[in-house]
Design a protein around this ligand. Structure first.
Ligand SMILES: Cc1ncc(C[n+]2csc(CCOP(=O)(O)OP(=O)(O)O)c2C)c(N)n1
Ligand SMILES: [Mg+2]
Length: 348
């Protein structure tokens, strides 16, 4: 188990432009997410599940890996991750409205089931934790092909890994244990990012585990474990980049645990007032990842308040435009409902 202090400061190597780009993705994600809540309350979309509060560790994960090269197996809360990997705000909205042109599933899956063949984002099931064995299997394939020289010629020297995300509550599922064990046995180029927001809908973390950290289980699997502040972009990047370097060097898998919080209900269909106090929620709102990263960028003299305001205005305009285009998109034909989600017969 490493602590954040022991990891090298990879974040110190991020350029000003990259830091600002990361901040922009967080703000676009937040504005898009807030719009989805409003659309749900207006009765325009059927369901929303939110990334609010999780933006820091997700943007850090996208920037730590080699985007478009590594394989990503996200979960439903990964809006910021999907955007930072290259999925467009409109892609998310097309899914939320279940439009025919929804690139994730043609309107066949629930919203926020992110996927893109071009971006190496693999579609998942709604059953929690099922993406973890898929990701470990992909990591096994990466290692197997590398060892046997089976990669495409232009790919022979390209290190790759599989990254997957999951909530802390879903680590109670058997699939998670099976996949983590497999990753340990085969020393796979694999990262499991646990976004620990302390609740699985209404069930608090201490009812899921007797251990203070999910990553405390890492030694039992024979993988590396790390716990970090998931509301801090730079701490998250340091921990995840170290995990990526280990995977690329052939040193095996990492169980990376981001401590974070969702300051909103679990989904549009949840009322969190029934299981947690407003004081607790307010305390976490003071640790909001976007406010924190914005302050860091200002303290470092990289941006002024005016710049933050301009980024916010631009994000709102981007969301407005994406929504306009989404509303104009066609609805699917009812007879298409049972069609394929990820691959079709003519998919190569
Ligand atoms: C196998 C299975 N059981 C139950 C559910 C219903 N369900 C959806 S999300 C969720 C809670 C997951 O909590 P956690 O893993 O902590 O992730 P979070 O939503 O907090 O990010 C549950 C129980 C499901 N989708 N799949
Ligand atoms: Mg949770």
């Amino acid at each position: 188990m490493t602590t954040a202090a022991e990891t090298r400061s990879y974040a110190a190597q991020l350029t000003r432009d990259t830091l600002i780009e990361m901040y922009r993705f967080m703000v676009v994600s937040r504005r898009l997410d807030e719009r989805a809540w409003a659309l749900h309350r207006q009765g325009k979309i059927a369901f929303h599940i939110s990334a609010i509060g999780h933006e820091a560790c997700q943007v850090a994960a996208a920037y730590a890996i080699n985007r478009g090269v590594d394989y990503v197996f996200p979960y439903y809360r990964d809006l910021t991750l999907a955007l930072a990997l290259g999925s467009a705000p409109q892609d998310f909205l097309l899914g939320a409205f279940g439009k025919a042109t929804d690139p994730y599933s043609g309107g066949r899956q629930m919203p926020s089931h992110f996927s893109s063949r071009a971006l190496n984002i693999v579609s998942g099931s709604s059953s929690v934790a099922t993406q973890i064995p898929h990701a470990a299997g992909a990591a096994f394939a990466i290692k197997y092909r590398l060892q046997r020289g089976l990669q495409a010629p232009d790919d022979a020297t390209q290190p790759r890994l599989a990254l997957t995300c999951i909530g802390e509550g879903s680590t109670s599922q058997g699939e998670w244990y099976e996949a983590m064990n497999w990753a340990g046995v085969h020393r796979l180029p694999f990262i499991c990012l646990v976004q620990n927001n302390y609740y699985a809908i209404s069930v608090p973390y201490d009812q899921q585990s007797a251990l203070p950290n999910v990553a405390d289980r890492a030694p039992a699997f024979g993988v590396h474990g790390v716990v970090f502040d998931g509301n801090d972009v730079l701490a998250s990047y340091d921990a995840l980049r170290a995990a990526v370097e280990r995977a690329y060097r052939g040193e095996g898998a990492t169980l990376a645990e981001a401590k974070t919080y969702r300051p909103v209900p679990h989904s549009s269909d949840d009322d969190d007032r029934s299981y947690r106090t407003r004081e607790e929620v307010e305390e976490w709102k003071r640790k909001d990842p976007i406010l924190r990263f914005g302050s860091t960028l200002m303290e470092r003299g990289l941006l002024r308040q005016d710049d933050l305001n301009a980024i916010d205005a631009q994000a709102r305009a981007e969301v407005d435009a994406a929504l306009r285009d989404t509303l104009a998109a066609p609805d699917p034909a009812p007879e298409d409902a049972l069609g394929a989600v990820y691959a079709t017969e003519d998919t190569p």
